[in-house]
Design a protein around this ligand. Structure first.
Ligand code: FES
Length: 166
């Protein structure tokens, strides 16, 4: 089985492009979170220079923007690896061993949840319900949803990732 979707390509950081993204949302009500999500969708993470740009445009302090940025686990302040592996830790998945799988994934990919492997191939993240509870334990790699995961399948996923990143 092929576990991988195409790795997501992100734009290189550009303050001009970031300003355009911010401008697009300025007329919305409470646009901060949508701006941060849009910046991440475009660049893969929130560049530190984006914090000042967002703060200035929304008339907020940089600390306020940073507070929101660090509150939401989905938002990143560092570029992700080639593949982002999201491991569901919500109830249904936990009840069938998600915690043990998260441990195994950290060992297999040689990185911690919330971090990127040294070779930049994988970022591990935890999420709380991928809407795939019927196929728990669930994970997501890139945009591809995976169900009924076990250690063996994570190891196969690791082999596939190595085959396209090494
Ligand atoms: S609890 Fe894991 S997919 Fe819903």
């Amino acid at each position: 089985m092929n576990y991988l979707a195409e790795p997501k390509q992100f734009a290189s950081w550009s303050a001009d492009a970031a300003s355009e993204i911010i401008d697009r949302h300025l007329s919305e009500r409470g646009p901060l979170l949508e701006i941060l999500n849009d910046l991440q969708r475009t660049f893969g993470f929130i560049h530190e220079d984006a914090i000042a740009l967002v703060a200035e445009e929304l008339n907020l302090s940089q600390a306020e923007v940073y507070g929101v940025l660090t509150f939401y686990k989905d938002l990143r302040t560092e570029p992700p690896g080639t593949f982002v592996l999201k491991i569901c830790k919500a109830e249904s998945c936990q009840s069938v061993g998600a915690n043990q799988l998260a441990e195994a994934a950290q060992e297999i990919f040689q990185t911690k949840i919330g971090s990127t492997s040294q070779d930049q191939s994988v970022t591990l993240e935890e999420v709380f319900c991928l809407g795939n509870c019927a196929l728990s334990p669930a994970m997501m790699v890139g945009e591809k949803l995976l169900g009924r995961m076990d250690v063996e399948r994570i190891a196969k996923l690791s082999d596939e990732i190595k085959s396209v990143t090494l």
